[in-house]
Design a protein around this ligand. Structure first.
Ligand SMILES: O=P(O)(O)OC[C@H]1O[C@](O)(CO)[C@@H](O)[C@@H]1O
Length: 551
């Protein structure tokens, strides 16, 4: 229990109730310099949080909260390589993977930077070989297609980054298979020529049932097409479990290892990024790491009052614990970032979706918000109705790139930018009922009718949002953005007191699925009728229906 934290939470709740008399709009009217004072920047990236319902008093108290929870000390402990993942007794060192100057970092008294460097060089050699056509298929041809088989952190990162960096993609096509649903692998492989396809099996543990099942299916597909003796040339593995990759039959030179101090959802910077490196090339991948390194340095060295991840994290705490908003929406106005919200869902919800503190006590304050979202402007035409007029307030995190890669699409881009800015403005400003009536009457709608329609067309406004503005979505910027969100999750996790780096909550479902599998396999025999004596009557009833309907 952190008494100081509790006092500051109470103080923040007090300020919040006083602040309720003043809207975000009012705060802008009172302070013409609000944008300058409530935004922070790093090179060509600005985090504008002036449209969040906070004032100086709130921010000062939030900064005190960060200090009281030792955010800076704990950050330093992470950078140092301390074993801050308490429940797994592991260091947390994704920052080592982008530690470009190779400054020593010690785990168990050993500098890990040499391993990191060697790992990166092995990846680079392989990626260059595939891209140059020097590493060839069993028939001596260059690989045209790469299939990354993985799930969770071994899928979401590479898939999102590959999609986001499309303009930089000049290597072979890269495809992604994650779901255990066979339609995913069947639909993907059906369009590919096995003789020119390379399969990357990406799994930290090399035990995940989805990945291992898909890997075996891919191996069968490949062996049937080109012969078992040739299939090995078409596979590579990315894992920390080197014994298991060997058992699967992948030769050592085709195995790209990483380390237990890299969490799955923090692993895009490791060999898990191999597919990305093959797609965009080693120089662009290096830029991607550079961007993350810049954010790491900013997080480490910038005073918390200007520190982007700290501020984003504190705003998260403000919204979750003080305003009690249960969710937050991530809204990239950038089609290529359309899978960024689902990437952040894993990063954020798997990290901070906990109700037990690192030291094993039940937490009484709410933790991880529900994260959701989609790309603008598409999302305007689906769920924005609720954002503007729904009974729940959802803090929105807009993301906007100023420039696109296509110079000739200015007309599109101007509209995209205008829409993004207009949405955050509309959420904040709203539209009062008298204004609605005035507008309707001006359009010639009779007075009675205007009064009838007005309640449906009014907007309360005062809905908070932040905007992350960046110059252009290139590898460096993307690296910076991802690292920003990683550190934000860290800041929130420290304040809540959870271990942000384990994920025990996914284990029970995995265990029960293994038990359930035997029942599902039984249904094929159609011999058994399940009842409430075997299991809960819902599962029993569903199994019986599955058995009856199976073709
Ligand atoms: O890389 P692996 O070991 O196959 O795990 C995949 C994913 O499964 C999880 O362990 C649980 O969903 C994630 O944390 C991880 O990213």
């Amino acid at each position: 229990m952190n008494e100081q934290r509790d006092i500051l939470f109470a103080r923040l709740k007090q300020i919040r109730s006083q602040l309720k008399n003043m809207s975000i709009n009012d705060l802008f009217t009172l302070n013409p310099k609000r944008f300058e004072e409530f935004s922070t920047s790093l090179d060509d990236m600005i985090l504008d949080y002036s449209k969040v319902h906070v004032n100086n008093d709130v921010m000062t108290t939030l900064f005190k909260l960060a200090k009281a929870c030792d955010v800076e000390e704990k950050r330093d402990a992470m950078y140092r390589g301390d074993k801050i993942n308490i429940t797994e007794n592991r260091a947390v060192l994704h920052i080592a993977l982008r530690n470009k100057p190779n400054k020593p970092i010690y785990v168990d008294n050993r500098d890990i930077m040499q391993d990191v460097q060697e790992g990166l060089e092995k990846m680079q050699k392989f990626a260059n070989g595939i891209r140059d056509g020097k590493i060839v298929s069993s028939s001596g041809e260059a690989f045209t297609d790469i299939v990354n088989i993985g799930i969770g952190g071994s899928h979401l990162g590479p898939a999102m980054v590959t999609q986001s960096l499309k303009p930089f993609h000049d290597g072979p096509n890269v495809h992604f298979v994650s779901n255990i649903d066979s339609s995913h692998i069947t639909d993907t492989l059906s369009n590919l020529d096995p003789s020119k396809t390379l399969i990357l099996i990406a799994s930290k543990t090399f035990t995940t049932i989805e990945t291992m099942t898909n890997a075996k299916t891919a191996m069968k597909w490949m062996s049937n097409a080109i012969g078992e003796e040739n299939a090995g040339k078409h596979f590579a593995a990315i894992s920390t479990a080197l014994e298991k990759t060997k058992d699967f039959g992948i030769s050592e030179d085709r195995v790209f290892g990483y380390w237990d101090w890299v969490g799955g959802r923090y692993s895009i910077w490791s060999s898990i990024g191999l597919g990305v490196m093959i797609a965009i090339g080693t120089d662009n991948f290096s830029q991607f790491l550079d961007g993350a390194y810049e954010m790491d340095e900013h997080f480490k060295n910038t005073p918390i009052e200007q520190n982007m991840p700290v501020i984003l994290g504190l705003i998260g705490i403000w919204h979750r614990n003080i305003c009690e908003y249960p969710t937050r929406a991530i809204l990239p106005y950038d089609q290529r970032l359309s899978s960024f919200p689902s990437y952040i869902q894993q990063l954020d919800m798997e990290s901070n979706g906990k109700s037990i503190s690192s030291s094993g006590e039940s937490l009484y304050e709410k933790t991880g918000a529900i994260v959701w979202g989609d790309a603008g402007t598409n999302s305007q035409h689906s769920f924005f109705q609720l954002l503007h007029q729904g009974s729940q307030i959802v803090p929105c995190e807009f993301m906007l790139g100023v420039n696109k890669s296509e110079n000739d699409m200015k007309e599109h881009n101007d509209l995209l930018i205008a829409n993004c800015l207009a949405q955050s403005q509309a959420l904040m400003a709203g539209r009062r009922i008298d204004e609605v009536i005035r507008v309707l009457e001006k359009r010639g709608v009779p007075h009675e009718e205007s009064i009838r329609l007005a309640p449906h067309r009014q907007f309360n406004g005062n809905r908070p949002s932040s905007t992350l503005l960046y110059k252009k979505l290139d590898p460096k910027t993307l690296g910076k953005i991802i690292a920003l969100y990683e550190h934000r999750v860290f800041v929130e996790g420290i304040i809540w007191g959870v271990d942000s780096f384990d994920q025990w909550g996914v284990e029970l479902g995995k265990e029960l699925a293994t038990e359930m599998l035997t029942h599902v396999q039984e249904t094929h025999k159609k011999k058994k009728e399940y009842t409430h004596k075997d299991m809960d009557s819902s599962s029993a009833g569903l199994l019986n229906a599955i058995s009856a309907w199976q073709e």
